[in-house]
Design a protein. Structure first.
Lengths: 186, 127
């Protein structure tokens, strides 16, 4: 449960996407701990936790957010924060994006338009990102080039197919993001 | 794990407003306790734990054995993140806990960290 005593640096990557896209599954497949959940209050007019239910007259709402952890080396621990991609969570985005290495944006090829608000937030908060196209059971293989075009992505933004239930596949999507982050420092 | 039983928690009643738990104190602005700040109990802190609120004591007990992130403290205690931040700020001031704050972003550090993350992911998942 506790971090190794030599761990001095904690870094974070955000796993973002619309409701039901597989953020928690992705985090759970990579995390060394069972995904944990924080609860925090947001103070806007709101329609409940991550669109699960409609309670439109509230002005403060508790948002639950799942996260995971991966000890990367003797000194560095990586936290993965599942981050809902709706405009009304932008208060939380302030803190979450500060110091974040980057974001893995999960998209569902059947619900591409749901990813526009997510991409809008990621770009507004200046996060470098890669796209993970989550393959759900039974979905057709979409050509990644078409998805890139539909999402209006820059040429440089990596787009990878992944199955977030699969550890190797989720890890590969993260590795793609980290490669991209490193390439931008050159 | 996600929904641990609450029975063992010794908490101020749910009827007590949250500002009472924190003695009405707000978070000091220069002390933000981001969710990746790592915290642990100061050696010998348990001795003076009786002066703390039940919630603060619960936090202190949790981090007596080692370092955890602020996010993990909130998750394990089932306290809202905002409350945990205020309690931690108070307990750092009173010398009960120590905190390792995230390193501010800088290009050199980023490169080192990113390489460490890349190597770590590859080593771990054989990718």
């Amino acid at each position: 449960m506790y971090l190794d005593s030599g761990v001095l640096t904690a870094v974070k990557i955000l796993v973002v996407g619309h409701f039901g896209v597989g953020k928690t599954t992705c985090i759970g497949s990579i995390s060394e701990i069972e995904p944990l959940r924080t609860e925090e209050e947001i103070t806007e007019a709101s329609v409940g936790f991550d669109d699960l239910s409609g309670t439109p007259d509230k002005t403060t709402t508790t948002v639950a957010m799942d996260f995971g952890r991966l000890t990367i080396s003797d000194e560095v621990v990586l936290y993965l924060f599942g981050t809902p991609g709706q405009e009304r969570f932008k208060e939380m985005w302030e803190e979450l994006s500060r110091g974040a290495l980057g974001a893995l944006v999960l998209v569902d090829p059947e619900r591409l338009s749901d990813s526009f608000p997510v991409l809008d937030l990621v770009e507004r908060f200046g996060l470098t990102y890669a796209i993970g196209v989550n393959h759900f059971d039974g979905t057709t293989d979409y050509p990644l080039a078409e998805i890139r075009e539909a999402l209006n992505l820059s040429e440089r933004t990596p787009v990878v197919a992944c199955d977030v239930r699969d550890q190797q596949s989720s890890a590969q999507a993260l590795i793609t993001l980290v490669h991209h982050l490193l390439s931008l420092l050159d | 794990m996600i929904d641990e039983p609450h029975e063992e928690l010794e908490l101020t009643s749910a009827l007590v407003p949250l500002f009472v738990i924190t003695n009405g104190r707000a978070l000091p602005p220069d002390n933000t306790y981001e969710r990746t700040t790592l915290v642990s109990a100061q050696e010998g802190a348990a001795a003076s734990a009786r002066t703390l609120s039940p919630e603060a004591r619960r936090v202190l007990e949790l981090v007596t054995e080692g370092f955890l992130s602020v996010a993990e403290v909130a998750a394990h205690t089932h306290l809202p993140l905002g409350i945990v931040r205020i309690l931690l700020a108070q307990m750092e001031e009173s010398g009960h806990i120590i905190a390792r704050k995230p390193v501010p972003p800088a290009e050199r550090v980023d490169r080192e960290v990113l390489n460490a993350v890349l190597d770590g992911l590859k080593a771990r998942f054989g990718a």
